[in-house]
Design a protein around this ligand. Sequence first.
Ligand SMILES: NC(=O)c1ccc[n+]([C@@H]2O[C@H](COP(=O)([O-])OP(=O)(O)OC[C@H]3O[C@@H](n4cnc5c(N)ncnc54)[C@H](OP(=O)(O)O)[C@@H]3O)[C@@H](O)[C@H]2O)c1
Length: 333
Amino acid sequence: MNDTNRQIVLAQIPEAKLAESHFELRRGDVPSPGEGEVLLRTRYISLDAANRAWMQGATYRSALSAGQVMAGGALAEVVESRAGHLTPGDLVFADTGWQDYAVLRAGRLAKLPATQPVSHLLSVYGVAGLTAYFGLLKCGRPRAGETVVVSAAGGSVGSLVGQIAKIKGCRTIGIAGGAAKCALLTTELGFDGAVDYKAGDTRRALRAACPDGINVYFDNVGGDVLEACLFNMAEHGRIACCGAVSQYDGAPPAHGPRGVPGLIVTRRLTLTGFVVMDFDDEREAALADLKSWVESGALKVREDIFEGLESLPRALVGLLAGDNVGKRMVKVV
Ligand SMILES: NC(=O)c1ccc[n+]([C@@H]2O[C@H](COP(=O)([O-])OP(=O)(O)OC[C@H]3O[C@@H](n4cnc5c(N)ncnc54)[C@H](OP(=O)(O)O)[C@@H]3O)[C@@H](O)[C@H]2O)c1
């Protein structure tokens, strides 16, 4: 075991765009677990768009403050256990933050099954996979033959949403930034079409890509892209409200999406917000489906792995700028 604990601290709360300079590396002692606690060593730390949202205020977790270890989920190994159900070597998913070691209460931690590659526990078999699965199937409720649109389609959640919709027999259109990412959606991930929201009139491009309207829109970004989708929804369309990446990294937009509530009324739309934990009771069945699709090759898993704890700030700043494809994480070495 190393005798120091490297920690990435959120030194300043950003007032506009997040930069690497908002973080600092600090070294501390490796903590010791008390009764009912475990000492964890992080192996893969998850990068999530929500990391930035936590700096803006309370969400489904409390807001971050300057000077604290940057929060984040990780795949971590038990190094020392003072809890009956976990032993050294076990892998868990835990809210460790951006550091080598963390001591946590063991009560809510569960040993994860042996999985190859182990990084899949953070992507398709982790929050991203479950969010895509439940958000699409429980909130979007797609039927075979319908048109499903997803934004941030090259990202960790979005890339899985499009493929699951395809598995369910839908026509899938991804919205992403840039020609290269859009090409990847159709050539590698099986989307039927792609719209580049950075290329101009998204509303018009969506109308061309979805001539019969959008039946299900899986919204990862909010803002202008949500507005463009609202104007293209088919009657009785469903919108699964997953997140709002367009509003996380900077000042809030001058206006909300237009067409609210008018389009919701006239097109009889349903908008459903959800948080992945809402579906914890159905987790095992979802994981079984995801596993069978991955093993059959129907679901391709894209991972985007950085190396080294020090790369975390760069990895998050880049993700918010859209330089990731699939699930971004940092392998702590
Ligand atoms: N509800 C839940 O339980 C739950 C759970 C997990 C995640 N989420 C949400 O899922 C969404 C995806 O998160 P993720 O962690 O998987 O990130 P991600 O999709 O892997 O990465 C974020 C992507 O957002 C896109 N983006 C950035 N700025 C944008 C803008 N202004 N407009 C449109 N797109 C923009 C970028 O792709 P481009 O190159 O396409 O711009 C970037 O790659 C987020 O909204 C997150 O909050 C929700």
